[in-house]
Design a protein around this ligand. Structure first.
Ligand SMILES: *[C@@H]1O[C@H](CO)[C@@H](O)[C@H](O)[C@H]1NC(C)=O
Ligand SMILES: *[C@@H]1O[C@H](CO)[C@@H](O)[C@H](O)[C@H]1NC(C)=O
Length: 989
């Protein structure tokens, strides 16, 4: 949610209210693409693209950035120097201190600042109170580890023109810093992987005083209509000394004028990936996983990818347009090699991507010239701060990035089950009715959600007393089946009387300020509003206190929170957000911190959920719409306001995969599509796909017809119930996948390039994926009337149909067509894996907590080989797992020895862990069944297997079913007397 669509009655009401209150302000009703800037409407983007055009067109172009001779030093893994930027023909220069840090992890970090601004030796226009420095606090929000310097890094070679540092694991990484012009080449094992400023597009717009001279009249308050009609500005043809100054000092878009008290201050750099022709990441965009080129050419985008968190509702597909959240992390990939960069900058950012043979420096990788990918990163303000990762595997990249920015926190276990949402469940009776009906139709679910209408006049932390007369009674009914309630809480606070929250916000001075330094007022759902400034620690502390049970009355232990509109969405602001010259805590301009804003808010909410009652410390569940690098530590996200259309279902998968490889895998899309009314088959297919989203929630717009899954009638109800139950039965494997994401940043659902980095044909694929370590390969149907799918097979393993155990006739690198009528989810099991399920259908995940597990062994192609998998279990709620209160088991099926063993995944000594309450009880969790798919024929006639656990021998039953017409033989072991937490071994021989 949402700005609503043009037909919304809510908008009509809102507009009515607006015109009553404000005669002068007329927002455009249908927010469309042209309400968001294109590069030519953004001064700094235009200037930097023009700079690039000029540099790339000129054969004599030389980057005007040179390291000052004798300014450099290297000590303890860090290189420091001053870059001199030559700013005019008389050789005048600007000093830009640079630090290159070589980190123990093998990551390198390049930071460039501006000396005058560090020292505060600049003047701001318009008596601005803004800070003089370039924004240097992004790392305080984003970076949580991995910054220890590599003391073993050493200068390997140095002369007057350059210096080479060897660093990283076994010193196999190398950085060559060239002094004049400044550039850095990064090598791994002697081969260049990444180059900074190789194309000479480094541009740090230094501070300068405004020289008053006649400038062409600027039209203030241009209307959106005029803006839309505006043609791209003519790009300047002259040398940069004759730069286009028209957008240096102020800039208008729509009816807003940005006063830019510091003038031009953008930072831009070209980053080349040498020999790489695929790049991934920089979510969120509605486009393919493998990013497209952005300049010219058939099939390319014409615009750079944009990162400027915005309430872009009804977003268009296959577009580099910005969406709600931003992660400036990019991976480049080629056969057997992955490298990447993280551009730590929270200001508006554009990224151009071009690919091509390098004609200037023909490469001799394996003797032939390869495609290079050139990227051009352009941010409006702040430091130049870029981390360089040299891989070589996709897993190395997600791990190193996770080390820096943190990994997904262990979720509340319920939060990976199914969520039922709509705008809005209109009353507590409505909620209770949906709750009963889900049971009646045997559809498991864990969480029901309340959108903005539950609060009295959208005053958060209150309830509409008529519609929700008894929220505690409602909460208790939900709790009786282990279910939860999520209520929405947004950052805009109604500016009204008799509302203690806004009174406190004002009296404590905790709101975002306008450029004059007074509390900022704008429009959002409740009408005139103020915004909490969650950059302010005092504001976060105050905000956290509002969640106390005795403050937010009507909430209880099973209430959790949804943060929406935190880009922030400001209906009457430029691009539906805040003016860039607004001021935040510390007098940082909104411009500097915009992309961090959403994260500061869900951070405050997260902390609020940890302090609701003294002595209660549980893992918070918060869903956020806006996010930045680091948000994964605190929240789940979803892809915002999509539509009930087949192409939106299709687009959801690459979008979620992109989140996963960018460190933020707890991601989903609104099942059914937010806007509009899905046809029944679309909704059904969407549930089947959603059952494979890490975050699985059905949601609908207020104008959409009711679409709780039981309303579809047959056969849809039964098919949807089956999809929900499939998700529930696989929850142990999903939870285990979250554990891996938590441990080392791996995605929860994984694209082909990630799992099979050597298979080039998989690099473009973004409609099929593996789930965690299970070997389950899913390819949801996303097209209307489609009754079969082609699944691309990345390797020579054997693949079984998940439901029938059929041995799928596969060949490496070929696609296999699988029939997929409406009631079937194309899902294969890759041989060589073991995964866990819970097979007793129940109403909620909480009710499955003490159910025994089923283990499925998919025997590999080499039947004498091994199959492996793991299961992670903890209490799903507290932080006790941080004190060892968990089981993480590794299952190893040995085909040669015909045995299956369960051992501690980490080789922990279980006896050394003192049992807490949960552990004690969990030791009674057992194994209900073991299914061995692809069981050897020699097991025919076998009735018993021997089991050894904790020094005791026992027997269990086995039922063998021979192979038949394409179906693999399988065996089911029952009656096992083993504990899931104990070591045990089954002998099948
Ligand atoms: C070069 O730039 C400096 C600083 O902006 C200025 O004072 C000087 O006049 C400029 N010289 C020329 C030749 O443009
Ligand atoms: C929330 O933000 C504060 C301030 O940056 C930080 O100290 C804290 O660790 C953050 N919380 C989490 C869980 O990341």
């Amino acid at each position: 949610m949402h700005v609503s669509g043009p037909l919304s009655s809510k908008w009509a009401a809102y507009l009515g209210l607006l015109s009553a209150l404000s005669a002068t302000f007329a927002p455009s009703v249908a927010v469309k693409e042209h309400d968001f800037k294109k590069c030519h409407q953004s001064g700094f983007c235009t200037r930097n693209r023009a700079f690039a055009d000029h540099a790339l067109a000129s054969s004599s172009w030389q980057s005007p950035y040179n390291i000052a001779p004798d300014s450099a030093s290297f000590k303890d893994g860090q290189y420091q120097a001053v870059i001199l930027k030559t700013i005019n023909d008389s050789g005048e220069t600007v000093r830009l201190p640079i630090t290159v840090s070589f980190l123990e992890s093998g990551t390198a970090r390049v930071t460039v600042d501006e000396e005058k601004r560090q020292k505060g030796e600049i003047e701001l226009r318009h008596d601005s109170k803004a800070r003089k420095e370039r924004y240097n606090e992004a790392e305080q929000w984003v970076i949580v580890g991995g910054t220890a310097l590599d003391k073993a890094a050493k200068v390997d070679h140095e002369d007057k023109t350059q210096l080479t540092v060897k660093y990283g694991p076994s010193s196999k990484f190398e950085a060559t810093i060239k002094l004049s012009p400044f550039s850095i080449d990064f090598k791994r094992d002697g081969n260049t992987q990444i180059k900074l400023n190789d194309q000479g597009l480094l541009n740090m717009e230094h501070w300068r005083p405004k020289i008053e001279k006649p400038v062409p009249e600027k039209q203030e308050g241009e209307s959106t209509e005029e803006n839309k009609a505006e043609e791209p500005k003519e790009e300047p043809k002259e040398e940069p000394k004759g730069e286009d100054e028209s957008t240096w000092w102020d800039e208008s878009f729509g009816s807003n004028t940005d006063t830019k008290p510091r003038g031009p201050e953008s930072v831009a750099l070209d980053i080349s990936f040498v020999g790489y022709d695929h790049v991934y990441g920089i979510p969120s965009h509605a486009g393919p996983l493998s990013l497209k080129q952005t300049r010219g050419g058939d099939g390319n985008y014409q615009e750079p990818y944009r990162l400027y968190n915005a309430d872009v509702f009804e977003y268009i597909l296959d577009s580099p347009m910005t969406l709600y959240g931003a992660i400036p992390f990019m991976q480049a990939h080629r056969k057997d090699s992955s490298v990447g960069v993280f551009w730590l900058n929270a200001a508006e950012t554009w990224v151009d991507i071009t690919k091509g043979k390098d004609t200037k420096n023909p490469l001799s990788l394996g003797g032939k010239s390869k495609t290079n990918t050139h990227t051009h990163w352009i941010s409006e303000s702040g430091l130049l701060d870029v981390f360089v990762f040299l891989g070589p595997t996709p897993k190395d990249l997600t791990a190193k990035y996770g080390e820096l920015t943190g990994t997904t926190s262990m979720p509340q276990e319920f939060s990976i089950a199914y969520h039922q949402c709509r705008w809005n469940y209109v009353s507590d009776d409505d909620v209770k009715d949906v709750d009963r009906k889900m049971d009646k139709f045997k559809m498991p679910y864990d969480v029901i959600w309340l959108d903005i209408e539950y609060a009295e006049e959208k005053k958060y932390f209150t309830w509409d007393k008529h519609a929700f007369a008894d929220p505690i009674g409602m909460g208790k009914q939900l709790d009786s089946h282990g279910r939860k309630l999520v209520t929405i809480i947004d950052p805009h606070i109604q500016n009204t009387d008799n509302y203690p929250v806004v009174a406190e916000l004002k009296s404590k001075d905790l709101g975002v300020k306008n450029k004059e330094g007074n509390i900022f007022e704008g429009w959002c759902w409740p009408g005139s509003s103020h915004w909490i400034d969650a950059f302010n620690p005092a504001a976060r502390e105050w905000w956290a206190s509002l969640f106390n049970y005795d403050k937010f009355k009507g909430t209880m232990e099973n209430t959790w929170i949804w943060n929406d509109m935190n880009e922030p969405s400001v209906f009457n602001g430029p691009e539906t957000t805040m003016p860039k010259d607004n001021l935040h805590h510390g007098n940082w301009e909104h411009r500097d911190v915009h992309n961090l804003n959403g994260m500061t808010f869900h951070n405050a909410t997260y902390h609020g959920l940890t302090t609701r009652k003294p002595g209660e410390l549980r893992r918070p569940f918060v869903l956020t719409r806006s996010f930045f690098a680091g948000s994964q530590r605190l929240s789940a996200m979803w892809t915002g306001d999509n539509q009930a259309a087949w192409d939106h279902l299709e687009a959801s998968i690459p979008m979620i995969l992109s989140q996963g490889i960018s460190g933020y895998p707890f991601a989903g899309a609104d099942v059914g599509g937010f806007f509009g009314n899905p046809e029944k088959d679309l909704l059904t297919r969407w549930y089947q796909a959603g059952a494979f989203y890490p975050f699985f929630r059905g949601h609908a717009h207020i104008d959409a017809r009711r679409r709780e899954p039981y309303l579809m009638g047959e056969p849809y109800n039964t098919i949807i119930a089956a999809a929900l139950r499939l998700r529930y039965s696989l929850l142990p494997s999903w939870y285990t996948a979250f554990r891996h994401a938590h441990l080392d940043g791996t995605p929860i659902i994984k694209p082909m390039f990630y799992t099979h980095p050597a298979e080039e044909a998989g690099f473009d694929l973004d409609d099929q994926f593996f789930l965690g370590t299970t070997g389950l390969l899913a390819k949801p149907v996303t097209q209307k009337d489609k009754e079969s799918v082609d699944i691309w097979i990345p390797d020579n393993e054997v693949y079984y149909d998940y439901f029938t155990y059929e041995v799928v006739p596969t060949a490496k690198g070929k696609s296999v067509t699988r029939s997929a009528p409406l009631d079937k989810i194309p899902l294969l099991m890759r041989g060589g894996h073991v995964f866990a399920r819970r097979d007793t259908p129940r109403r909620s995940s909480a009710l499955m907590k003490w159910d025994d597990y089923t283990l499925v062994v998919a025997v590999g192609k080499n039947a004498k080989g091994t199959a492996e998998g793991d299961l992670y279990v903890d209490d799903g709620d507290s932080f006790d797992f941080e004190r060892g209160q968990y089981f993480h088991r590794r299952f190893v099926y040995d085909g040669a020895a015909q045995s299956l063993a369960s051992v501690d995944y980490e080789g922990r000594d279980a006896a050394a862990v003192e049992d807490g309450e949960w552990m004690k009880k969990a030791r009674s969790l057992g194994v209900r069944e073991i299914v061995v798919v692809g069981a050897p024929a020699s097991w025919a006639g076998k009735k018993r297997v021997t089991v050894e656990s904790e020094g005791k021998k026992s027997e269990a039953r086995i039922e063998f079913t021979p192979a038949a017409s394409g179906r693999a033989a399988f065996a089911v072991v029952k009656g096992l007397a083993v504990s899931i937490g104990a070591d045990w071994k089954i002998d099948f021989a």
